[in-house]
Design a protein. Structure first.
Length: 87
């Protein structure tokens, strides 16, 4: 499956800057949908964060997703790659 990777940086209430990627099927081009996936992910965090807009989340690149990411996208519609200060 070809996917679009959206690079995302969101401020946490403690001042740290979360960095994660939102991975979606390549045919999803509406950024409101991508931002919604990101907001859903943030709601499950035990700390408060800022919201996601085009300032925090931007399209980065396309790539072929490995099977584990494809499996989760088929279930949830998206996949999150946590990189910095996500926990």
């Amino acid at each position: 499956m070809k996917v679009a990777v959206w690079d995302t940086y969101v401020s946490r209430e403690d001042g740290k800057l979360m960095h994660f990627d939102i991975v979606v099927p390549d045919y999803i081009k509406n950024e409101s949908i991508v931002f919604g996936f990101g907001e859903t992910y943030l709601k499950n965090k035990p700390f408060k964060t800022g919201s996601i807009t085009s300032k925090e989340c931007q399209f980065c690149h396309m790539e072929k997703a490995p099977n584990n990411i494809v499996s989760e996208i088929k279930v949830k519609g998206y996949y999150i790659i946590e990189m910095e200060y996500c926990n």
